[in-house]
Design a protein around this ligand. Sequence first.
Ligand SMILES: [Fe+2]
Length: 352
Amino acid sequence: MGDINQGPIHYTGPQDWRGPYMAKHPGEWLYHWTSNEIAEIELAADSVADLDILDITIRDFPLPTIEATLADIKSDILHGRGFAMLRGLPVDEWSMDKTARVYWGLGVHMGLPVSQNSKGHALGHVKNIRRDMEKATSRGYERTDRLAFHTDTADIVGLFCRKPAKAGGDSLIVSSTAIYNEIARRRPDLAAVLMQPLQRSFVSENPDDQNRLVDVPLFMHEDGRMIGHYVRGHIYKAQALPGVRLFTDEQKEALALVDSIADDPAFFLDMEFRLGDIQFLCNHTILHSRCAFQDFEDFGERRHLLRLWLACKDGPILPHWMINAYDSGRANGRQDGYHRRSIPLKVPLDAE
Ligand SMILES: [Fe+2]
């Protein structure tokens, strides 16, 4: 049963959770802002109204009474169950500019915003911009269809709901630690396969990266924790690149098993996005997905989530695979998203 050098075959601890339990215990992960806290956040945002958003640091955005709460939430995200939902910001009363300042200010209390795409977006917009679905350059955040479970390329991903969908569009999340435990129980042979490196591409993100491949296993044992990394679309896209190692039959079976456990309602949690909700997830222990949704025709009314990818120097110790693949030298040894020295970071105020 398993290889002792690869760690235990069952990981206990708060990262190992099931969706139905969490659905019954929202008090563990759902935080409601008080009116005093909202006033404090608004005051901080108004005080940086004249700064370039990209330049706003934690020092510019003081949150004296909320700081300790945010630190607890962050600790739960990075070293506990891996997710939280913060509810109740009156985003419908705010301009896009103020909304972006609030989100950025809360974000810099959690980590360092990093680039989410080849345009250098440090603040991303998850919105249906009706791109050609077949085009290799279209990423899931620009469409309305169901997404498969996956991870992003940063310690934390945050989504802030500025406009909910007309219908659908719930966020689905699942513990990758629980998936590993289940695979190790059912098929220890496939658990071992998933601890071997898979190649991922960067095809859609940067013309300079057309044929770039990096090796990272889907499951990595590190510091007593199970670190998951499943940039699913890019793992499959890599299969078409020259020089790639084609999936073995065992790898195909193992990847299908990951997908089928993630898709099992006994494992995932369905989270509704309400106006003003902020969801933070740790990519190392959570896979995320989204239900298909119906959108409004009017571009200004469409489902619109603001996204942050955050590098957290106090995050879990990362396996050498992750450091080799993603350390740019800029983000304290953490994953630096899609950062390229030639592409400056920017903070757009709508999808582009
Ligand atoms: Fe994602």
